[in-house]
Design a protein around this ligand. Sequence first.
Ligand code: PEP
Length: 246
Amino acid sequence: MRRKLVVGNWKMNGNRAANTELLAALKAAGPWVAEVAVCAPFAYLGDVAMSLQGDAMAWGAQDCSAFESGAYTGEVSAAMLAEFGCRYVINGHSERRALHAESDQLVADKAKAALAHRLTPIVCVGETLAEYEAGQTDEVVKRQLSAVIHTLGHCISQVVVAYEPVWAIGTGKTATPEQAQAVHAVLRAQLKAATAQADGMRILYGGSVKPDNATSLFSQPDIDGGLIGGASLKTADFAAICRAAG
Ligand code: PEP
């Protein structure tokens, strides 16, 4: 039985006062049956760690460097994230793939660096609208996941996978539960070919998840929770989504 996981991706939003308020309200709204985490901008990780110390909610970052340390101006290492008590780190979000030209191999190398510091990578895969319309969804997500499988070997069982169709992120368009389930089943089959632990691995759905569609998405057999962008910044919405995963 996989415990559902709901992760808020704050992206580049928030400020110290608003974050403190949001986390206090979420703490008051929890705990939940599902595991819940928030992935905050680097600059706020110290504050988030202080706010959530002793709470059931976990926290994480939205990216990490593939390198251990050195002359990589602007990069933040997995070791640094571990020092701030992060449990999770998002790797390969489509915004980073698109805006920072992150390749499949770089994403895999980042996940490897995260695991080396006992962080759980949340590896994002997903097709663009053009790829979706061309019927290339399965091919694209399998290629993206394959790079991670080859780089991590048997350690692939330690990652969380997030299927996020790019056309559904921040657009208000959501994959139907059936569409999402079909892709999750493809990903689960690929994981099964790589590890005997695939049935225990969590595959999250992300892309305009809201309180009114969360229950139907999370009730699909291979959807083990969600990666939530916009709605994670609104206490009532995020709390309702966490409840829907219970
Ligand atoms: C995301 O950024 O990972 C995401 C799923 O965003 P949204 O929920 O806003 O579509």
